[in-house]
Write a protein that binds this ligand. Structure first.
Ligand code: NAG
Ligand code: NAG
Length: 342
């Protein structure tokens, strides 16, 4: 009975398992609230060209998709309507940090087709050899290449025919990934137009072709929640390390041991959830492998805090019972000394 159930479960899952292991390249897609990307890499001699269909709603004023994990150094494809509202301008840009991206030099691209219809901008773009650019590069063989996106504040872009038009600060942004390894087409197999029309229904009777074109994106959820976590994380740690923990050290010196440990218990009660928030938040960003200095230092401080709390609690119990303070003091105090000596 049980074996039969397992066998039928295997039979049911095997078609999708086959689809996952298929080696054929597929056009990778991403979409959030009308902003969308269809992405294919095509071998061109020793170069790799990027063929993309980009679409964005006109209401925000502009929409952008960029290759990279943060504004600094990413390669931006910014869409906004031409002045006569008939074509979509594609401005390829970069930014040195969190400032308005400006047109990048040394990138060769062509807009093959562009239109505006029903409040949607659309452009088919080929970017020749755009795997490295001034300030960044793209991993053409990644299962999760980082991308970011943004949409404008709802204000029309003035001077929409210009490649260097001023765009006002986004009010939405976020991260996503594209499986570039699965989107590598040879020149021969790449369709001349590898772009699936935006919003097109799947051809009748071929539901599998619809799903094969929509793999590879994740993390498309709105970033507001992640940014809220960033603020909670910052607020909690500021409260702990700028107010409560210093007050606890001050208390030990000028008030009482009792005030010290009550404040330090409060410290730990806040540090544990604040650390949990940091972990949840990090996992939602491109920094989910915890290898930045900020994260490493944070994890170290968290570990030291817990060890310190443990020694403090131990010292308190033993001191009360046996009046032998010096033994554990020699472990509890030195860790705090850098902070507490004048
Ligand atoms: C290959 O790249 C060159 C520019 O580097 C471009 O002119 C040419 O059209 C590309 N070939 C194809 C088939 O897209
Ligand atoms: C350009 O895009 C429009 C809208 O998707 C489409 O109807 C048209 O056939 C395209 N033209 C070319 C030359 O690809």
């Amino acid at each position: 009975m049980r074996a039969a159930m397992i066998r039928s479960a295997l039979l049911l899952t095997s078609p999708s398992a086959l689809a996952v292991t298929s080696l054929a390249a597929t056009v990778q897609t991403f979409s959030v609230d009308g902003l969308s990307l269809q992405y294919a890499q095509v071998a061109n001699g020793s170069n790799t060209d990027l063929r993309m269909r980009l679409a964005a709603p006109t209401t925000p004023g502009w929409g952008a998709i960029a290759i990279g994990s943060e504004m600094a150094g990413s390669l931006f494809f910014v869409l906004y309507p031409s002045t006569d509202m008939t074509k979509t301008t594609v401005s390829v840009r970069t930014a040195p940090r969190e400032v308005m991206p400006t047109p990048i030099e040394g990138i060769s691209y062509r807009v093959m087709n562009s239109s505006i219809a029903n409040g949607m901008m659309m452009a088919d773009v080929v970017c020749y050899g755009c795997t490295t650019w001034n300030g960044g590069s793209l991993n053409t063989m990644a299962t999760q290449q980082d991308f970011i996106y943004a949409m404008g504040p709802g204000q029309a872009v003035a001077d929409g025919d210009s490649n260097s038009a001023i765009i006002r600060k986004h009010n939405r942004r976020g991260f996503f990934n594209i499986n570039t390894a699965d989107s590598q087409f040879t020149a021969a197999e790449a369709p001349m137009t590898p772009f699936i029309p935006v919003g097109a229904a799947a051809p009748a009777g071929s539901s599998s072709s619809a799903s094969s074109g929509s793999s590879g994106s994740s993390g498309s959820e709105d970033m507001d929640y992640t940014y809220m976590l960033v603020h909670i994380h910052a607020a909690m740690f500021c409260l702990v390390w700028l107010l409560i923990a210093p007050a606890a050290l001050w208390a030990l010196r000028f008030a009482s041991v009792r005030a010290h440990y009550i404040l330090q218990i409060l410290t730990v009660l806040l540090v544990v959830p604040a650390f949990a928030v940091a972990v949840v938040m990090s996992r939602r960003t491109p920094y989910s492998s915890f290898d930045t200095y900020h994260q490493k230092i944070g994890i170290t401080v968290f570990a030291v805090t817990i060890v310190q709390f443990f020694f403090g609690a131990l010292q308190h119990t033993i001191f009360k019972r046996q009046e032998i303070r010096h033994l554990i003091s020699s472990t509890h105090m030195p860790l705090a000394l850098p902070a507490w000596s004048p």
